[in-house]
Design a protein around this ligand. Structure first.
Ligand code: GDP
Length: 486
């Protein structure tokens, strides 16, 4: 039988959906969710997208803009008064004015863009685009709604015993072995366990390991909840999956886990995720390639988890009264400007294959899923570099100050040519470990990561602000909102 709280939750959801629906009748609106794990490229993506729409970027594949049907796109006050505004102007200044990358997403934020356009039949119309930026770590929490503390603890422990995680979990595991779940509840032991568990999650996220599956998401992205009891718990090694005795450490951890779901996960689902119409999921696949097959398998599991989130609303959890409205989901491999264009299609193919392998696309009936490899801001140019008798397809860019490669430290001003290497034709090589990584410089062997380049230097004309160079950003836009501008 459905629990009372679930019925209340569904009633709240459907009331909200009705309100949104009413709004939408008079004022056609698309709520576009932009997500991805930390450093995937959300902030850069949104800044470039808004800039391109508002200033008329070079978007040949984004049909409504390319054919001149978009008259204007302007920022207006956002609808949700309790959600921080996306700091677009500040990010743009940093990106264009200072040629630095803006500060990354650490919390949810929102921005409203009103687009005046002409329909293909000539009628003038307005579309409101609400862009909602939120950490992918929070999205990966949604599956927790269907799991008890005992299930989650068992799964987290099993995962942490696989390599390379086991190595990173050693200190937490050592502390865990001193804890008796049946013993009396103990705040200090819980604080230590939560701290060590969080350190372990953070270490997994390090670029050398680039793990993706790291719930609970707020442990790494606490937002305004840092230090609260709802974020102070950790898995225990439990003797069974029954409930812990009253007053025990076990019961305390389980209570806080439930508090986390109530205070964090459910409100996120209800107030934000469930109200989205379209979703783009940004993926730093290149970071995973460079970290090796374990990171790729982990990324694949995270993608499966993400796809699960889109099923959640359609299936068991919030079934009868409410269904999520998301009808288009785009998975985008970011930072494609680190590769020569000859590898862009391969990057797309690899991401597509990872999603296919999760074998869940068919279950997303009602939502169209697509894949793209893009660079929201292209920081490199392409060139042929002569090496001996060979001419290598290379990329040119200015590494950020302090970057080091092959013993050389860059000053942030000098442009260098790098040969990024090709992605393998056969994606299996990536998963089997046969691929030895993409090299970071023209000179020799593969490094575990790419050089980070500064944003591009833009040619300022006399009157107009220049548009930002990109790769396939227009294709992403066409998929995400092109149909709403016909
Ligand atoms: P977020 O955590 O998802 O908001 O990630 P950001 O948008 O802040 O991006 C993280 C970092 O990735 C940036 O600081 C840049 O170094 C890099 N980055 C993001 N997008 C691009 C891109 O389109 N091209 C290049 N070259 N680097 C990018």
């Amino acid at each position: 039988m459905a629990s009372f709280s679930k019925i209340v939750e569904e009633a709240r959801l459907s009331a909200r959906a009705l309100l949104d629906y009413g709004d939408n009748l008079f004022n056609p609106t698309v709520r576009l969710g932009v997500t991805g794990l930390s450093r995937a490229g959300k902030t850069v993506f949104i800044t470039a997208l808004v800039h391109g729409l508002a200033r008329g970027g070079r978007f040949p594949v984004f049909e409504s803009l390319a054919t001149g049907r978009i008259a204007s796109a302007r920022l207006t006050p956002q609808p949700d008064d309790t959600v921080p505004r996306f700091a677009y102007e500040q990010h743009l200044r940093t990106l264009v004015g200072e040629r630095r990358w803006p500060n990354s997403t650490v919390d949810i934020s929102e921005l409203r863009l009103v687009i005046d356009y002409q329909r293909q039949n000539g009628a003038d119309r307005t579309l409101t685009l609400d862009i909602v930026d939120y950490p992918g770590e929070w999205l990966l929490d949604l599956p927790l709604l269907g799991k008890s503390y005992e299930q989650w603890a068992a799964e987290s422990l099993a995962l942490s015993r696989q390599q390379p995680r086991a190595l990173l979990a050693a200190e937490w595991h050592a502390h865990l072995s001193t804890l008796d779940p049946q013993a009396h509840e103990d705040e200090q032991a819980t604080l230590t366990a939560a701290r060590l568990f969080t350190d372990y999650l953070r270490a997994c996220r390090d670029e050398r390991f680039a793990m993706s599956l790291l719930p609970p998401g707020r442990f790494l992205m606490p937002g305004n909840l840092a230090g609260s009891p709802a974020l102070t718990f950790a898995p225990l090694d439990l003797p069974s999956d029954e409930a812990g005795p009253a007053g025990s450490l076990w019961a305390m951890m389980a209570r806080r886990y439930e508090a986390y779901k109530d205070a964090v996960v459910r409100p996120f689902f209800r107030d934000h995720f469930a109200r989205l119409d379209r979703q783009i999921v940004l993926v730093d696949a290149l970071a995973a390639f460079n970290a090796g097959p374990e990171a790729l398998h982990d990324l694949e599991a995270a993608l499966a988890g993400i796809l699960d989130c889109f099923r959640i609303g359609r299936g068991t959890l919030f079934s009868a009264l409410f269904r999520p409205r998301i009808d288009r989901i785009l998975f985008a491999a970011t930072k494609a400007d680190h590769l020569h264009h000859s590898s862009h299609d391969r990057l797309e193919a690899i991401l597509r294959r990872m999603l296919d392998r999760t074998a869940m696309r068919a279950e997303l009936a009602g939502a169209a899923v697509d894949v793209v490899a893009l660079a929201a801001v292209r920081a490199t140019r392409e060139a042929q570099v002569q090496r001996g008798r060979d001419r290598l397809p290379s990329i040119l860019g200015t590494p950020v100050s302090g970057e080091v490669a092959n013993g050389e430290t860059f000053d942030g001003e000098t442009e260098v040519a790098t040969f990024p290497g090709d992605l393998p034709d056969n994606p299996e090589e990536l998963f089997s470990g046969g691929f030895r990584g993409l090299s970071s410089t023209a000179s020799d062997k593969a490094d575990f990561r790419f050089l980070r380049f500064r944003p591009p230097l833009l040619e300022h004309g006399t009157t107009e602000e220049p548009s930002l160079p990109h790769i396939r950003l227009d294709r992403a836009l066409q998929f995400l909102i092109g149909d709403r501008l016909q």
